[in-house]
Write a protein that binds this ligand. Structure first.
Ligand code: UT7
Length: 324
């Protein structure tokens, strides 16, 4: 078995900034409520760029930093709950845009945990020798599935994309990983798609392609599984929470992160937080955060960090990473 390391990162967010005050112009909300309850101050909303465009731009930046050529990439996985199409996959569209013609390409949908799942899958491809250089992207245009009349959800989400290049390595980069799902909670965070309808059944047309959420249930679930995931990736390793320089959480709500910090007795400074700028970008939130940390020079060789996510499905997961 081979080892796997992160060799580069990239991100791309749409230019269009939408503040809490901007939202208050067309939905019954205000900056104070959104900031106090979530920590979010603004988000990026795509005007013309669909998910594959955001994904390709983030992927291109990660590729540039890696010093690899597009032809060196043999696997592209895009984590997204908001693909451009049923088919072709967003990953295949990224392949075309980047000219990465030697790659096997597919999408993964685990909602906000998507990047954790996709990184896990790519690492298995690399560990077993099937791949050498994998481009893993989390990309979402959530603005197209948001119900812009529902103040319970429309204030929370934003659009963006983040990417990493994972490479076969002699040194240990991904120390441990843990993932899980609970399909019984699927209804708490859902977005329907085209209904079952064909000439052989009398299908009712109950199309609802908009996101709905039971915020309190998701909050309860998130705080529980984040703690579970962090403990699980440390279990059976030589490391404890004291060895972890940063926790990079899915950026959904500052109160969720505060709650987890208090339970685990970790100072807020050890969580990397940027949700004030981007809102919840689902599968893109963790790789966007990771790229910001990388570009800000916060990560040194040998640092241990934990990426931890939760979201629709319901799904959850984490990686314990040694930065190389
Ligand atoms: O990637 C995973 C994505 N999802 C999450 O992470 C969501 C997790 N849950 C949460 O973050 C929180 O539950 C929310 C931020 C969604 C909501 O916060 P809350 O403290 O649970 O508020 P609530 O839903 O209990 O609503 C409290 C009040 C209600 O009014 P009443 O019934 O008390 O009169 C809501 O109607 O706040 C009202 N409200 C709003 N008011 C102004 C809900 N949304 C808004 C809004 N602006 N945008």
């Amino acid at each position: 078995m081979f080892e796997v390391k992160v060799i580069s990162t990239g991100r791309y967010v749409p230019e269009n900034i939408v503040t809490n005050d901007d939202l208050a112009k067309f939905v019954d909300t205000n900056d104070e409520w959104i900031s106090d309850r979530t920590g979010i101050r603004e988000r990026r909303i795509s005007k013309e760029e669909n998910t594959s465009v955001l994904a390709a731009k983030a992927g291109e930046k990660a590729l540039e930093e890696s010093n690899l050529t597009p032809e060196d990439i043999d696997l592209i996985i895009v984590a997204t709950a908001t693909p451009d199409n049923f088919t072709p996959s967003t990953a295949c569209m990224v392949q075309e845009k980047l000219g990465a013609m030697n790659a096997t390409c597919f999408d993964v949908n685990a909602a906000c945990t998507g990047f954790i799942y996709a990184t896990g899958i790519a690492s298995q491809f690399i560990k077993t020798g099937q791949s050498k250089n994998a481009l893993v992207i989390g990309a979402e245009v959530l603005s197209k599935i948001i119900d812009w009349e529902d103040r319970n959800t429309c204030v929370l989400f934003g659009d963006g994309a983040g990417a990493v290049v994972l490479q076969r390595s002699e040194e240990v980069g991904l120390i441990s990983q843990y993932t899980g799902s609970d399909g019984t909670g699927g209804k708490f965070l859902a977005c329907g798609t085209v209904p079952l309808k064909n000439p052989y059944i009398d299908g009712k047309d109950d199309f609802n392609g908009k996101l709905s959420m039971d915020g309190r249930e998701v909050f309860r679930f998130a705080t529980k599984v984040m703690i579970q995931c962090i403990n699980k990736v440390l279990q059976d390793t030589e490391y404890t929470l004291n060895d972890i320089k940063y926790i990079v959480p899915h950026q959904a709500n500052l109160r969720i992160i505060d709650f987890v910090g208090k339970k685990l007795k970790i100072d807020e400074e050890r969580f990397y937080i940027n949700l004030d700028k981007y809102g919840n970008t689902s599968g893109a939130s963790i790789p966007i955060a990771l790229d910001e940390m990388n570009k800000e020079g916060l990560l040194q060789k040998g640092d241990k960090i934990i990426l931890v996510g939760f979201g629709g499905g319901l799904t959850f997961g984490a990686h314990l990473i040694q930065w190389q």
